[in-house]
Design a protein around this ligand. Structure first.
Ligand SMILES: O=P(O)(O)O[C@H]1O[C@H](CO)[C@@H](O)[C@H]1O
Ligand SMILES: O=c1cc[nH]c(=O)[nH]1
Length: 242
């Protein structure tokens, strides 16, 4: 089987997929953490690999940036490849000083101005939620690894570069309770819900709107190991249950 965007063969993708936005981060994870990793997709260079983590099959695939992109890839993984769990592992910008560079956040909800859910399935509302049971497994895993994780509402934005007339990051923090910003979780959570699947979103803070500190592009690609460890150990637990 294949889709217009994924050339993976039937059975080539594990039940749990870790999804960074950057396909090169997917390659880094496969090269660094997976045994016997096999490339299942390179259409549009959206690299996807399946390998073994501590003996359990796990896949990792880039989602691209923004909701239309993760909307396509996650829909196809859930609907056509039988994937049960997608854990997004991304970077985010902090909207408050409670989140520092390299802190790890777990989305408890995604607020968005996006029309994705309305356009996709006539679903109204500006908040989408992750799967509570998957979040619970992630929290439990992080606790066991003694890696601190901050639960927070995420601004899942359609736009990276805003003009000033739109307002400040403080508005998203103060009016909507968003502690940080990324660009995919609202669409991922929506797709999981309509297809009866599970989704979660782990984020490492890469820059701060408050302090203006930021990681380099190279650091964003390779330095999120603590978050990856949590995601991989959770995927192992999910894989053992499938
Ligand atoms: O690091 P990733 O997973 O790509 O996530 C964040 O980084 C990109 C913007 O630089 C957007 O995709 C945003 O969601
Ligand atoms: O979407 C994103 C991701 C990281 N940092 C930002 O400022 N925005």
């Amino acid at each position: 089987m294949s889709t217009p965007h994924n050339e993976g063969k039937e059975g080539s993708i594990a039940g749990t997929v870790l999804m960074p936005g950057d396909p090169l981060r997917a390659k880094y994870i496969a090269d660094t953490y997976l045994d016997q990793a096999v490339l299942f997709n390179s259409v549009r260079n959206m690299l996807g690999y399946t390998g073994y983590y501590k003996g359990i099959p796990v896949s990792v695939m880039g989602s691209g940036m923004g909701m239309p992109s993760i909307g396509i890839y996650s829909y196809e993984l859930y609907k056509f490849y039988g994937v049960e769990n997608i854990i997004r592992i991304g970077s985010a910008g902090a909207y408050c000083d409670a989140l520092d560079i390299m802190d790890i956040a777990l989305a408890d909800s995604a607020w968005s101005e996006s029309t994705f859910a309305m356009a996709q399935a006539n679903v109204s509302g500006d908040i989408q939620y992750p799967t509570e049971s998957l979040n619970e497994e992630i929290r439990h895993t992080a606790e066991k690894l003694a890696i601190p994780v901050r639960m927070c509402r995420v601004h899942s934005s359609d736009v990276f570069y805003h003009e000033e007339c739109v307002g400040s990051y403080r508005d998203y923090y103060e009016k909507h309770g968003c502690a940080c910003v990324e660009m995919e979780s609202y669409a991922l959570f929506h797709n999981a819900k309509i297809l009866g699947k599970r989704a979660a979103c782990l984020l490492t803070i890469s820059d701060s709107f408050v302090t203006h500190r930021e990681l380099s592009a190279k650091e964003r690609q390779t330095s999120f190991d603590a978050m990856m460890k949590i995601a991989l150990e959770t995927a192992k637990v999910c894989g053992e249950a499938i």
